[in-house]
Design a protein around this ligand. Structure first.
Ligand SMILES: Cc1ncc(COP(=O)(O)O)c(C=O)c1O
Length: 441
């Protein structure tokens, strides 16, 4: 790095970074200063190929002028409108567009500002729905180990990652299915593991323990993302759906990562042909240009809450920035890009090359498993004895220095490139990553 860029670097001490080893980072910072297409630029002027779409969110690639122009136009026209008892046209236009992308029937949309808030909203709607139908005793939630549903108290409580839970008080009335990662019989699966659909039957056991009529909803990521890219075993989601139907439970798909084309369809629900009752989304909804979350709900659920006198507020929930005009403008411009450039179709078309490239890395380093579906994949490194996470961190920093952004959780590398990626860039990504893996001692 030259002296000029060092001089431009701000003081790093005041900013308390999220999900980061702050002291380690500040001793060896990694700062991006610009981004365009598939590449970030670092403060020392290097290009870094974004193999993670930022945090699984920049699905259309970086620096899209259409989104920037829509945001600027919106800011100069209507910067903000209250969302309670007032609104603006963009909110309705966006909800309609989203309802066209969600599976048939999930056509009522509640807006928030993040994936975490979309999940809190879904949990509250599930409880409110049962209460409105006279089944207010249905308050419990069932989720899954290794799930990530955000970091607010509801999402954390249904989450299944111990580091996110151990320090904090979790909500009562939450139970967890076991996760679906079974390297013993499904290591190096390409796509959905063939084995493991019966893991869904554990839901029956948990229901019998609590009493099915006490359960409000089951919440799962169709493909667990942050917990390590765990595609569901073939037939697993279908079984969850049928058990939920049998017992009158709401099935929530948390599609904060899988929404907006990651698997080559608008939502994972369509990819798997399994329709949940509620879908949570965020991230790719605005191509991450402006924070936004949304919760799409089956019409029956929505309608069950539209009761009482017309002047009654039906759901005591919402945020100052629900359906923020600028977020709506960014989202509408983003959805236009997805449609015009057929990016979901491109994701589907690139998935085989991506799968081949990622599995082609199998012998390039200390690798114990590789998994993939659509444009998401994970590579599990064998932990270095006595130092879990150390190899993963080395992979992250060496990849960054080599010009590749990967995501690392512990010793698991996750890849989720923008849906704009082509075969040549997939090959570049795998080439750089292969070289990094070979250096991992
Ligand atoms: C499945 C899932 N749900 C919820 C969230 C939380 O989203 P946010 O970080 O926007 O609150 C995430 C974030 O990665 C996620 O992957």
């Amino acid at each position: 790095m030259d002296d000029a860029s060092l001089t431009n670097r701000p003081d790093l001490s005041a900013y308390w970074m999220p999900f980061t080893a702050n002291r380690q980072f500040k001793a060896d910072p990694r700062l991006f200063v610009a981004a365009r297409g598939l590449y970030y630029r670092t403060e020392d002027g290097r290009e870094v190929l974004d193999a993670t779409s930022g945090l699984w969110c920049v699905n259309a690639g970086h620096g899209r002028p259409e989104i920037a122009e829509a945001v600027q136009r919106q800011l100069m026209t209507l910067d903000y409108a209250p969302g309670f008892q007032m609104s603006h046209p963009g909110a309705f236009a966006l909800a309609t567009r989203i309802a066209e992308l969600t599976p048939a029937g999930l056509d009522r949309v509640f807006f928030s500002n993040s994936g975490s808030e979309a999940v809190e909203t879904a949990m509250k709607i599930a409880q409110a729905y049962h209460r409105a139908r006279g089944e207010g005793q249905r308050t419990r939630f069932i989720s899954r180990e290794r799930a990530y549903h955000g970091v607010n108290y509801g999402g954390m409580s249904v989450g299944g990652l111990v580091n996110n839970r151990r320090t904090f008080t979790t909500l009562p009335g939450v139970d967890h299915l076991r996760h679906t990662h079974e390297p013993g019989r499904s290591a190096f699966s390409r796509g959905q593991p063939a084995q493991g659909a019966e893991l869904a039957d554990e839901l029956e056991r948990i229901l019998a323990l609590h009493g099915p009529d006490t359960i409000a909803a089951v919440i799962v990521e169709p493909v667990a993302g942050s917990g390590g890219v765990l595609p569901p075993p073939a037939g697993y989601l279908e079984r969850l759906r049928s058990i939920c139907d049998h017992h009158g439970l709401i099935l929530i798909f948390d599609e904060v990562i899988t929404g907006f084309g990651r698997l080559g369809t608008a939502f994972a629900a369509q990819y798997f042909g399994v329709t949940p009752d509620i879908i949570t989304m965020a991230k790719g909804i605005t191509n991450a240009a402006v924070p936004m979350g949304a919760t799409a709900v089956k019409r029956e659920i929505h309608d069950a809450l539209m009761q009482g006198p017309a002047n009654a507020v039906e759901l005591f929930h919402g945020y100052t920035y629900s359906a923020h005009p600028v977020a709506c403008a960014a989202a509408l411009a983003t959805l236009d890009i997805y449609e015009r450039e057929r990016l979901f179709e491109n994701a589907a078309a690139m998935a085989p090359a991506f799968e081949a490239a990622v599995h082609g890395l199998r012998d390039r380093g200390p690798i114990v498993d590789i998994r993939n579906l659509g444009l998401m994949a994970a590579i599990d490194l064998a932990p270095r004895p006595g130092a879990p996470g150390a190899r993963g961190y080395d992979a992250l920093t060496r990849a960054y220095k080599a010009g590749l952004l990967i995501r690392v959780t512990g010793d698991t590398i996750a890849l989720s490139p923008p849906l704009t990626i082509g075969e040549a860039q997939i090959a570049d990504m795998a080439g750089m990553l292969g070289k990094v893996l070979e250096t991992l001692e």
